[in-house]
Design a protein. Structure first.
Length: 363
């Protein structure tokens, strides 16, 4: 009897209790395979495509198209003897805007006359040297010297003519005129008859602008720069024209931040055939930004480690692998993923912290 009981006890002692299967398995490639029990704590969702950014609104103003504005100043010092235009006048290219009495004009004209005379004499000397060489009575050295003198005389004449042209190509010995270089409207006049003028003044004497096109300039602050790019759709609302919405596109984004406003200028170019848009008008610009990322994921899926961000991706064999991603803009409970994740990939949205702990657990 005792022998039988002992045999039973010995048999029970040598038999090991069944082991529970582990909740996870960490593979050499650092991916994690979960058991059915472990997977119950994990929730997986597909990363969705990054949606378009929300509309952004910016303060703006109407400005001149700088390519169609001429700011005119005096070419030489003198006294204004007549002004032919006032603010608001329409002018054509080449119209005389004002006349300046300037004694320096006489000097410039005298230099042109002197240079032309010298050039004429040099031409005769060069022609005579060619004739002598042709007849065998002159040398090549004399001919080369005469041609060099002619070239210098022509250069001096060109310089004198250019100097005279700088003062309007004046024909009067003591006056020159300022002409409009473009067709447009006189938008500013800072001169009167009798005023003494000289080159290098702070203000233009007369400003002419073509208002057939204008710019709408929006102030974009640094935190919004990522959402504004060239080609983006825009809508302009003028404070002076309630209810009117003007469509446009961003034509240029400045590469410089204004040190005072901490803003960057975004420019929209508009046609203005009716001249209803006037420089200086206040406006509001709404810009629809393009998508800045590949995918969008819940913030619960994103793990932060110092200045790096990670998500766990479910692979084709059902295992989970950690992957580094770059974040863009955060929108509520979701974040834009700019790189490292593609739309449609399965990511862990609940339980990522548990997977991270298992991955970093000492072997």
């Amino acid at each position: 009897m005792l022998t039988g009981i002992g045999a039973v006890l010995l048999g029970c002692k040598g038999k090991e209790p069944p082991r529970e299967s582990p909740d996870h398995l960490r593979r050499p490639d650092r991916s994690i395979v979960l058991s059915d029990a472990g997977a119950a704590y994990i929730r997986v969702e597909a990363a969705r495509p990054a949606t378009e950014l929300r509309l952004r609104s910016f303060a703006a103003r109407v400005a001149f198209d700088e390519r169609h504005v001429a700011r005119l100043g005096p070419a030489a010092g003198g006294r204004v003897s007549s002004v032919n235009v006032v603010t608001g006048d329409a002018v054509k290219k080449g119209d005389v805007l004002l006349t300046v009495y300037a004694p320096d004009v006489a000097s410039a004209q005298a230099q042109v006359a002197q240079a032309r005379s010298a050039r004429s004499l040099a031409e005769h000397a060069a022609e005579r040297a060619r004739t002598l060489v042709r007849d065998g009575a002159g040398s090549d050295a004399e001919l080369q010297q005469a041609e060099a003198a002619l070239a210098q005389a022509k250069s001096e004449e060109s310089r004198a003519v250019a100097t005279l042209g700088a003062v309007g190509g004046a024909t009067n010995p003591t006056e020159y005129v300022l002409r409009s270089p473009i067709a447009g409207t006189v938008i500013e006049r800072n001169v009167a008859v009798g005023a003494q003028v000289s080159p290098g003044g702070e203000k233009a004497l007369i400003t002419v602008g073509d208002l057939s096109t204008v710019w709408v300039v929006a102030d974009v602050f640094e935190q919004d720069l990522a959402s504004v790019e060239v080609g983006a759709d825009a809508e302009i609302q003028l404070l002076a024209q309630k209810g009117r919405r003007i469509p446009g596109k961003v034509a240029h984004v400045s590469s410089v931040v204004d040190p005072l406003t901490r803003a960057v200028e975004a420019r929209i170019e508009l046609g203005n055939p009716g001249r209803e848009l006037r420089p200086g008008m206040s406006a509001r610009v709404t810009i629809r930004g393009a998508s800045l990322g590949n995918a969008e994921a819940p913030m619960s899926a994103v793990l932060a480690r110092r200045d790096q961000f990670f998500v766990f991706v479910r692979q084709r064999d059902g295992s989970f692998a950690e992957r580094e991603v770059e974040l863009g803009e955060q929108r509520g409970e979701h974040a834009i993923i700019t790189s490292g994740l593609a739309p449609g990939e399965d990511i862990v949205t609940e339980g990522a912290i548990l997977l991270d702990a298992e991955l970093r657990e000492a072997p």
